[in-house]
Design a protein around this ligand. Sequence first.
Ligand SMILES: Cc1ncc(COP(=O)(O)O)c(C=O)c1O
Length: 390
Amino acid sequence: MLYLDNAATTAPDPGVIQAMSPYLEEFWQNPSSGYRASKKVKSAIDDAREKVAELIEAKPEEIIFTSGGTESNNMALFSIAQHLPDAHFASSSIEHSAVLKPLEFLSTQGRSIHYLTSTEKGITDLTSLDQILPNFLSLMWVNNELGTIQPIQEALKWAQENKVPFHSDAVQAVGKIPISVKGTPVDMLSISSHKFNGPKGIGALYVREGFRLAPLLHGGGQESGWRSGTENVSGIIGMGKAAELAKKRLNNSSCSKALGEVRDHFESLVVENVSGATVNGDLNHRLPNFSHISLEGCEAAGLVILLDEYGVQCSAGSACMTGKQEASHVQKAMGFSEEKAKSSLRFSFSHLHTKSDAEIAFQAVKKAVTKLRSVQVRGVGPVIVYSPPS
Ligand SMILES: Cc1ncc(COP(=O)(O)O)c(C=O)c1O
């Protein structure tokens, strides 16, 4: 099976599993207790914090462990809402639901929210910031459907000039492209371990030193009081190891170049050999592992099922939209027609893939498209007539 859904989640690295297991089998003690074993657990957490901090060039004390990207985003947004009762938020219309839903909730509480529009290439348009004049800005680093890299430097420049706090949902970016909070001094940044070969259910919120935060969870005062709850120790250790390995890959620029070449090889094969195939998104500003392709006249949900049967796992739109038969909010924001949106697939490669994997994936796509086109009823629009094998 060829797993091409690394934007949804990634396989835990064997080194990560190995690093975690002593903290499940032997050192499972509560890190807050007073005996020696607990001290070892506590020091392993400190080590992991350092590794996560190193990945984004932060200080260890600026890293707060959370349960993942969703919690980190909620913590950032609700914290701001608490500190700025008259907050006028601006965010992008192509954010993940882990930003959009908290914002939606905040709008029911009387906060004013402005959504910046997207270009047809999946890049947030910042030109209206001067008219809206928000006093808080949240912009994702990389879009999770298209893999498009958002204009973070420009947004941050605006935020700094206007003294506006800035948060970025960098869940799809961290571990995939170099990120430095020194070079791009954001105030808060959300991270999720399972997107870079770490375990699920663990993430972090980077909070710049001195930035005022309000905890979301109150209780035993763990994470220096910012996030109560007994630590997910094995998860934290796994995330630390994953961060260390991701940093090594990022330091080796040929790794990212090779990944881009695999993706490009796949796209050229598909575009040149499958009629009605188009690649979506800004091709000059996207992650090297993402490929978002529309296959004219083919229902994406049907293609996902067929491709699975032919040995390729991928997504129709974002993982969170799977199963829904409507264009995602991202595709709508980009102005996709309903038909184009419904015929789009997201393939996301990993650093372990090779050009021969790209060829296998292409053959599967070609076969699936041919099969689906041959069974779809012409003239009444795409329909799914295929049922998965039992
Ligand atoms: C951009 C983005 N933000 C947030 C999340 C949520 O992260 P988590 O699954 O760790 O809660 C995801 C997950 O797909 C994502 O892609």
